[in-house]
Design a protein around this ligand. Structure first.
Ligand SMILES: NC(=O)c1ccc[n+]([C@@H]2O[C@H](COP(=O)([O-])OP(=O)(O)OC[C@H]3O[C@@H](n4cnc5c(N)ncnc54)[C@H](OP(=O)(O)O)[C@@H]3O)[C@@H](O)[C@H]2O)c1
Length: 291
């Protein structure tokens, strides 16, 4: 099979990448800028974002990206970022929901929600619904959600989504990635024909700083292995780059992609679970829904 094209000219397209200050997101933002896109770098640290934006401009010859600040663990920050983006008058053609974390121990955000679920999934849900009207008005547009094959080891326990009873690192991470996948498939169904597509991508293992938010011996031992043994962020970012840019995928929605391939039937898509997660996510985010 021919290799998917990774050289699409993105001139005139505006791409917002969350968590673009490190690892996979940084590599992807650079890849999009190198192909002519106007990139908006989402970050929680302005200082780190400035460094990365200068690096992107230096290495790609593109103009320095704009920065969109928001700590994704705080719903108020996400809402403010949505408002700032809308008020900027800038179009939006590609939203890549990439930011994510793993938590060795259970932590909660200011709303009392488990941190992995809050940052990896609920913030993505909130940001996407908040920016959807803009994406629709700029269509054709794409949403790319970064999930992970770890969804396979997870389940959605609606009686304990915040993992108060039984926390485990893979349980929390896998659950957040499974929720992203369900959301992707459900959103694809709900916005069919709107001019906006939504797909999920597993970048595979990435040599990144994921987990660096954790203190203690475990991460000090595992961190160097992740950075030393896993494929580079540039290599890992190729699948998301492809899904975000290839004109041949312009109308493909509700898919799951890994290793530059489309994975058919990513999960036993249970409409009842999907609907329930949607309703529960709206409730947890205190949102009304689409339209
Ligand atoms: N690494 C892997 O092997 C692997 C495998 C499959 C999927 N993934 C997924 O790929 C995506 C990128 O991960 P990565 O490996 O590139 O990790 P990374 O190097 O740690 O990058 C994560 C990015 O998310 C941002 N972020 C984390 N918490 C945030 C918060 N509360 N508010 C705003 N931004 C926040 C980080 O910001 P700071 O720079 O400020 O920390 C950083 O820009 C994640 O969704 C991850 O789950 C990774």
């Amino acid at each position: 099979m021919a290799k998917p094209p990774l050289d699409t000219d993105m001139t005139g397209r505006v791409c917002l990448v969350t968590g673009a200050t490190d690892g996979h997101g940084r590599a992807l933002a650079k890849g999009l800028a190198a192909r002519g896109a106007e990139v908006v770098v989402h970050a929680r640290s302005e200082e780190k974002a400035r460094r990365v934006c200068a690096e992107i401009a230096r290495e790609t010859g593109a103009k320095e990206p704009e920065i969109l600040l928001a700590d994704l663990s705080r719903a108020g920050d996400v809402d403010a970022a949505i408002e700032r983006y809308r008020a900027s008058g800038r179009p939006l053609h590609v939203l890549v929901n990439n930011a994510g974390l793993v938590g060795l121990g259970r932590e909660t955000n200011e709303a009392g929600y488990e941190m992995t679920f809050a940052v990896n999934y609920l913030a993505l849900f909130r940001l996407t619904l908040g920016l959807l009207p803009l994406l629709e008005s700029c269509g054709p547009a794409r949403i790319v959600n970064i999930s992970s094959d770890t969804y396979r080891v997870a389940k959605l326990d609606f009686d304990d989504l915040m993992l108060e009873r039984d926390y485990g690192i893979m349980k929390a991470y896998g659950q957040s990635k499974l929720a992203i996948l369900y959301f992707t498939l459900e959103l694809a169904r709900r916005i069919e024909g709107s001019g906006v597509t939504v797909n999920a991508v597993d970048p595979g293992p990435v040599a990144s700083n994921i987990g660096a938010n954790n203190e203690g011996l475990a991460y000090r031992l595992v961190g160097p292995l992740i950075r030393g043994l896993f494929p580079s962020a540039e290599r890992a970012a190729r699948t998301a780059l492809w899904v975000a840019t290839d004109p041949a995928l312009a109308e493909r929605s509700g898919g799951y992609y890994r290793s530059l391939k489309h994975r058919v039937d990513p999960l036993d898509f249970d409409p009842e679970t999907s609907e329930r997660l949607w309703t529960e996510s709206l409730r947890l985010c205190d949102l009304q829904g689409l339209g």
